[in-house]
Design a protein around this ligand. Structure first.
Ligand SMILES: *[C@@H]1O[C@H](CO)[C@@H](O)[C@H](O)[C@H]1NC(C)=O
Ligand SMILES: *[C@@H]1O[C@H](CO)[C@@H](O)[C@H](O)[C@H]1NC(C)=O
Ligand SMILES: *[C@@H]1O[C@H](CO)[C@@H](O)[C@H](O)[C@H]1NC(C)=O
Ligand SMILES: CC(=O)N[C@H]1CO[C@H](CO)[C@@H](O)[C@@H]1O
Length: 479
């Protein structure tokens, strides 16, 4: 599918300043019957496989509802720019997950049990196939279209038809098809659902400039390009020792024992990984097909789900979060890239120029967002997540299902504010995570002067150079 930006030569009428509407109700576009108004209990514990609706439940009844629980800045402030990092929408399991599921499924097929649950699982249709390999699903396209509609509704003065036509919105994506497809769906939702643009006519096509999303893995998949991260974390067999310890610990053992009994599969044939894939299958059945009562879900109760959520969070913590410094340091480039955009916009505004990039959208992964959030000091717990600290789990800040569900999004909003007294103007920034105001970690406030923010993160803007950070220290240097 190709998306297009028209190029108009005539000047657009001066855009009227549109005030932000704090709560706006939109008519639902139907299909309500297929949506569940209540989430199954387990759905809150799916970690990185959590649906976006679990963090914003009102979207279950109306996916186009724009609500602001907290107010954005007052009318004297005008949004100049938004710079966002968005995780792709709901997806199919990866090839690796499908392989594990097939193994788990074959164990169930061999089970001698006559229980209702086992019979139901045995007659369950194994419909996952290798080609699906992590691709965006239909519901994931909707995630993106709806998000585009809501973000645009929140900042109508930025997402204008004029800016769209003039190609002032930029879309940068990871090369993974689920991200490229997410970007396209986002543009689709923006163009057709929000801006009400019909598909271009033959005539118009003549003068159309085609603009595909720009793929940039250095920016969106920095983790693949950071040698030190790959060597010390990704490819390091001992780096996940807390996770490995938890897999052998009493909490997982208890779940394993229970599942072994339920399915009449000998315990030694099961493992934490196989139990986890069964739990993920429960999540996929819900996120892909809206199936609430899948037999896979009936294998687990809420206590089991908490344990399996912690298993997922431990991995994210040690591989993408605060566990190792290199996890977050490898995202410096993206962080600086975001600030470069904000800086440019401030300079342009000070020179009374038009903002050249009022909307900058990046599409990536949970693995893109988590390191960036950690770099900025967000969702940091006082103590590290460890194998023997499951009991602290529910009080911990670092819960990936709350932070980076499918379609999660971090948005920086830059405002220009007119003041009655000197200085006559100033620039302020707000952050939104999943469409909720995100307090700045240093002040706990929901708004920050741009200059103060730059000072606050000066160490990252000035002294974090990915080239140096990611270089593997030579053995000679260590001696
Ligand atoms: C396309 O652009 C050319 C000049 O660039 C102009 O003469 C022509 O009228 C345009 N056609 C349409 C359909 O807008
Ligand atoms: C990706 O983005 C970075 C940062 O803006 C830029 O330096 C680099 O040239 C881009 N790479 C590609 C392939 O566009
Ligand atoms: C692998 O991780 C362990 C634990 O963090 C660390 O001690 C070790 O140095 C790492 N190995 C490499 C090759 O970086
Ligand atoms: C390593 C670590 O943080 N351990 C903590 C686990 O939780 C107990 C209390 O529940 C603390 O005493 C430990 O320090």
């Amino acid at each position: 599918m190709t998306f297009v930006f028209y190029r108009y030569r005539k000047c657009a009428p001066k855009a009227a300043q549109i005030l932000l509407i704090s709560v706006t109700w939109f008519c639902s576009v139907g299909g309500l019957d297929s949506l569940n108004n209540h989430s199954p209990k387990l759905a809150y514990y799916f970690g990185t496989k959590t649906r976006y609706e679990e963090v914003n439940p009102f979207l279950l009844t109306n996916p186009l509802l724009v609500t602001r629980k907290q107010d954005l800045l007052p009318n004297t402030c005008t949004p100049l720019q938004i710079v966002s990092v968005v995780r792709h929408g709901r997806r199919y399991p990866t090839k690796k997950q499908i392989k594990k599921l097939k193994k788990m499924y074959s164990l169930i097929e061999e089970s001698p049990s006559n229980s209702e649950l086992v019979k139901e699982l045995q007659s369950w249709n194994m419909w996952y196939e290798d080609w699906m390999d992590g691709q965006l699903v239909k519901n994931g396209e909707e995630d993106m279209k709806n998000l585009a509609y809501r973000l645009a509704s929140l900042f109508p003065s930025l997402f204008t038809l004029d800016k769209f036509h003039k190609g002032k919105m930029s879309f940068i994506t990871s090369s993974k098809h689920r991200c490229v497809d997410s970007t396209k769906s986002f543009i689709h939702g923006l163009a057709h659902t929000y801006l009400k643009q019909p598909l271009p006519t033959e005539d118009e096509l003549e003068n159309v400039s085609y603009k595909e999303p720009v793929v940039n893995d250095t920016l969106m998949r920095f983790f693949d390009h950071c040698e030190k991260f790959v060597a010390q974390v990704e490819d390091n067999d001992t780096a996940m020792h807390e996770l490995d310890k938890f897999k052998e610990g009493p909490e997982i053992k208890k779940v394993l024992h229970k599942i072994s009994n339920l399915l009449s599969i000998p315990e030694h044939k099961l493992s934490a990984d196989l139990i986890q894939v069964a739990f993920f299958t429960c999540s996929f059945e819900l996120s892909i097909h809206n199936i609430v009562n899948s037999p896979w879900c009936r294998l687990f109760d809420e206590e089991d789900a908490k344990v399996l959520e912690y298993l997922n969070d431990l991995k994210q913590y040690w591989k993408r979060g605060y566990g190792y410094d290199i996890n977050s340091r490898s995202s410096c480039n993206l962080f600086q890239h975001i600030f470069q955009h904000l800086d440019n916009a401030v300079s342009e505004s000070k020179r009374s120029q038009q903002i050249s990039a009022p909307v900058v959208m990046h599409f990536g992964h949970a693995e893109t967002l988590l390191p960036l959030l950690a770099l900025m000091g967000l969702f940091k717990d006082e103590k590290p997540l460890t194998a023997d600290n499951f009991s602290m789990h529910l009080e911990q800040r670092f819960r990936s299902g709350r932070i980076v569900p499918y379609a999660s999004n971090l948005v920086f909003v830059l405002y220009h504010c007119d003041l009655a007294e000197s200085p006559k103007e100033e620039y302020q920034v707000q952050m939104l995570l999943n469409e909720n105001l995100l307090p700045f970690p240093h002040s706990h406030g929901s708004v920050c002067l741009f200059d103060d923010l730059k000072k606050q993160y000066n160490h990252l803007l000035e002294s974090c150079h990915v080239k140096d950070e990611c270089q593997l220290t030579k053995v000679v240097d260590e001696l």
